[in-house]
Design a binder for this molecule. Structure first.
Ligand SMILES: [Zn+2]
Length: 427
């Protein structure tokens, strides 16, 4: 639609201060833009605020030939979607000035920094708003509703073609973990153990994917500079970390050591509970209701203060409850003692005690046997865990954020979109 007339000139002059206020309110900083009218219209059953505006300035050099020999040559009206200030959708009917170059006989249009590009119908602030919203755990549908842009357009704006990013510098201390991505597959994640910034996301956690990534993206020199890598105990990373980072020490995450021991003790406790003949006995109650006390270390247990304990229905101390629970249960007592010794050694960073306890362990035919076997295999990593302050706590925190994002968005069909959202979430 072309409009060669220039009738609104006088109207503009009167409205000038109001125009400035509206532009200020819309956060559009373009001196060449003038607002001529604001009205309301029903478009596709939705009330829409329409802002009529004009974009014009004195022509400069022609973008085609470079000569300064252009004249104003009419207007073209386009619709540009704006960020809504009220709950109503906001649309700008913009008359763009057309210029004609006398030298090369071509026409071109007035440009504005607030417009996204030559023929996009979304304003730059609106696109920025959509990207900004995608940094939070929101579904595309919610973003689309908040901005008044269709879902498919939101999708297009929120996930522009993935550009190959510059690989970040390899930090000296890394932390590895995995998270479930799509179709019961696991993805791999590495972060900087000190700054907790994301280093990489990989779609699979296989040895080949991980080694190839680090081999192809970092030089041997860079990889040799890596000092420590923190991993879970159950992951197979420990077996090939030496191939990627020749000088790195593997640290087993402290939390996972405690968790392994805790689970082993819990299994034994539950097995003991099932074997107890009388389910109303004091021992049963103490093992069942007050299981938390068994996870406390010896110096955390209160041996002095007498309190009323529910379930047991009597006044006693924490220490007494633990003794009562272990009464006449040699297997459970043995497992409890090992559990406590290892827990305390870990807390006091006393590797010698830890090592001796693991080596002198006598089989009890409980889950603790398996746990000790796992610990024996990972003794080096456990020693490092006691020497260095790094743990997988931060990466597990990021993991929770990823899980929440995935749940809120009901999963992702496109893994690239999922990774883009994770990168934004953790940025
Ligand atoms: Zn030209």
């Amino acid at each position: 639609m072309y409009d060669l007339s220039d009738e609104t000139q006088s109207k503009e002059a009167v409205k000038m201060p109001i125009t400035d206020s509206i532009l200020n309110l819309l956060d559009i900083k373009d001196p060449n833009l003038t607002i001529t009218d604001v009205f309301e219209k029903i478009i596709r059953n939705t009330r829409t605020k329409i802002i009529q505006a004009k974009l014009s300035y004195q022509p400069g050099r022609c973008p085609n030939c470079g000569f300064s020999d252009s004249i104003k040559y009419g207007f073209k009206q386009v619709s540009v979607k704006l960020v809504s200030l009220t709950a109503l959708a906001c649309l700008m009917h913009l008359k763009k000035q057309r210029f004609l170059c006398h030298q090369c006989e071509t026409t071109y249009f007035a440009q504005s920094p607030f417009l996204l590009c030559f023929n996009s119908s979304f304003s730059k602030p609106l696109c920025e708003r959509i990207i900004e919203l995608s940094f939070d755990s929101l579904t595309l549908k919610e973003i689309s509703k908040l901005t008044g842009v269709s879902t498919s357009a939101t999708n297009r704006i929120a996930y522009p073609a993935r550009v190959i990013q510059k690989t970040p510098e390899l930090p000296e201390n890394l932390s590895f973990d995995e998270f479930s991505s799509r179709h019961n597959q696991y993805a791999f994640m590495a972060i900087n153990a000190v700054t907790h910034k994301l280093v990489t996301l990989l779609p699979a956690r296989t040895k080949m994917t991980i080694t190839n990534y680090f081999w192809n993206h970092y030089s041997l020199e860079q990889r040799q500079a890596v000092k420590t890598v923190t991993v879970d105990m159950n992951a197979a990373y420990a077996s090939f970390i030496y191939q990627i980072f020749p000088n790195a020490l593997v640290i087993i995450d402290r939390f996972h050591i405690v968790q392994l021991l805790q689970t082993a003790f819990k299994d034994t406790r539950v097995a003991t509970l099932k074997r107890l003949p009388n389910h109303h006995s004091r021992q049963y109650k103490s093992l069942k209701t007050h299981w938390r006390l068994f996870n406390k270390t010896e110096n955390q247990l209160d041996a002095q203060h007498i309190k009323y304990y529910r379930g047991l229905n009597e006044f006693t101390t924490q220490q007494n409850i633990v003794s009562l629970g272990l009464e006449d249960q040699p297997t459970l007592t043995a497992v409890y003692m090992v559990y406590q010794t290892l827990l305390e050694a870990l807390q006091n960073r006393d590797f010698k005690t830890f090592e001796t306890t693991v080596h002198q362990y006598q089989r009890t035919n409980t889950t603790m046997d398996t746990a000790i076997r796992t610990l024996k295999k990972n003794l080096n990593g456990i020693q490092n865990a006691m020497l260095y302050p790094y743990s997988n706590g931060p990466i597990e925190g990021l993991n929770r954020k990823i899980k929440t994002l995935k749940r809120i968005c009901y999963g992702f069909r496109n893994i690239d979109h999922f990774f883009t959202r994770i990168e934004r979430l953790l940025a």
